[in-house]
Design a protein around this ligand. Sequence first.
Ligand code: ZN
Length: 712
Amino acid sequence: MRKTRRRPQAAFLGLLLAATLGLVGCAGGTDNSPSTATTSPSASTAPATAASSELVGKPWVSSTLQGNLPAQAPAAKDDLYTHYAYDWLKEHQQQSTSNMTDHVKDFSDAIVSIINDESKSSPELDQLRIFYGQAIDTEALKEAGISELKPYLDRIDAVASIDELNALLLADDFPFSPFILANIATYDLRQSMCVCVFSNLLFADPYYAGGMYYQDADTPEMQQAMKSALMEEGKYVIRDLMELGLSEDEAKAAIEPLMDFEKTYAKHAEYSGKYLKAGFGATAQSARDSAFTPDEAFALCPNFPLKETLAKLKKDSSPLYLVQPECLKAFNDCWTDENLESLKLIAKAKLLQETRRYRDQTATNAQREADGLPVLDSATLAYYSCTSLNTLAQVVAKAYTSDVLGADAKARMESMTHDLLGEFRDLISKTTWVSDESRSKLLEKIDHMTLNILEPEGGYFDYSDLKLKTTADGGTLMGNYLTLKQYRIDRESEMVGQPARAVASWFTFGPTVMNATYDPSDNSINIYPGFVSSLIYTPDMSDTDLLATIGFTIAHEISHGFDFIGTQFNAYGEANPVFTEGDVEAFSQRTTRLADYYSTMEPMPGVNCDGRQLVTEAAADLSGMQATLLLAKKTEGFDYDRFCSTLGTEWAEARNQEMFLASLADTHPLINLRINVCSQMCDEMYDALGVQEGDGMYLAPEQRVLIWGEKA
Ligand SMILES: [Zn+2]
């Protein structure tokens, strides 16, 4: 559903399209890595202290902003979210975090205990044990320092021209391509798997945020929040550079010009907000415009050796999906002798960044300490080494799904998903504003939706032929990292040109990520096991609780198939909008009403929500809640109070001011608004909470907006 900063906006149409649950807060990185996942308060921004006389936020107090919590919990009928999240919020006024990120440890604890349980054995688990064993050997890692990386860094240092840099990057014995990301992708399910290319970035995660933090904001405050967002990663880059022997001041001095340099091309990276503000059909058009033949793509890069780089990665033969052609062209323009020193420094920093989890992680913990975050123990750090896309995320997710969650979890979630799809079928069938022609295409989307629930359709990828080198045989963490990286490149390249499958995100987004997505380019919902902590699922959970946690999430993701972006793609992921022209008009009227309602909200004095930017996520919440509550009516013993309580606690989060501001740039509304708004649109909640005219949750019937169903 949602996420801010490093949020997956994206998956394939370049990580531009996939709509997400968006869980983690501003500094969140939901691959749950130590440098990105845990929300960290910036040292310069102490948590706000006790609220003074005035609390900010209209129509509801911004209760996720630290220091802005009312002295008493409001009644549920006045402010549902704050009422139910209140106890958690009260306890979390000091450190910026969320209840979901606090549960990340469930996942790592479970995996560590599987690794330590010698009674469990399989070829894949054996490989995981080798890698984990090397990752937890902190003494050996300390002793190694950057010695294994040093020869590669020295070769970058020795480069004296762009031609030499090209030769180095293309050399067979140089296992890094720091400037370009090339992942498998689908255009749509009627094509074969292709390769999705985009410029890699140092300070912003290109998967999630793209270049949004490099784009000019409307206000100085927001500009500062964007800069702070970049500096979240920048702090770790400084630590990396210090490992090269630079003093802290020297490393800081090196950072600023690099950020400016990266901005020259990263500012051209588009982000999903742009398409939300464009007319209906713009996203589909952009998707069609992103398809390039190899020759067309290579012609955009006369300076940078794109063709040769992809050939080295064995991914140069298929049509290409260029996520950010303008950014790529701008990057190509920077590939000159004049910029050689900046490019070399970025290359070195990228190598250090990429290998951070496979070296001694003292620096990571030092930064966490400086940020006021708890340091991570060696088991947790070793777990993170095992769960990156390049290492064993597939193996870890598979073990967690089968050994921790178990078959019942998948069966219950799938059954609930089918029930929810039935509710959506019902809602769409009863919607009077939509034409029969569009309706049949919408129902076709439901019938053909791929349900990747806890595992990709067709099962996890088999890593049993992997052969890592044990420590006894001279293997090291860094050496095995490079083996694993090549293993992934080989597996992915085998898929290119094969029939499209809705699995690409499990390789490029990662199944241990704490999130869920809908991907319009293959009409799939993806519920990653990394999302399913004990907050979301336990075997003894009641149906009421399960509907509040995974049910609402699944409904939210399904609903993205029918939102402003999702309806621009058909049942097969083709960029052919499902609406007739008349339906676009009727649909837009309803989504505009929802957007306009959000735009009236003022989380901070003088700062209103941008409804247009929020509209797809707001719509997914709304229709997701509608379907969830319809299913609730058919659920024996359903308890509304319990449902709201579980929902509020699950989504409890507390942010310092800087992160709170940064989250306003997200495509997901603030969590308190998300839950309150979608609740106040559904009649069932009025009865359940006893909401009357004059209450804070009350909205007159004519002001309630629904997009689907007989009342829409
Ligand atoms: Zn979403």
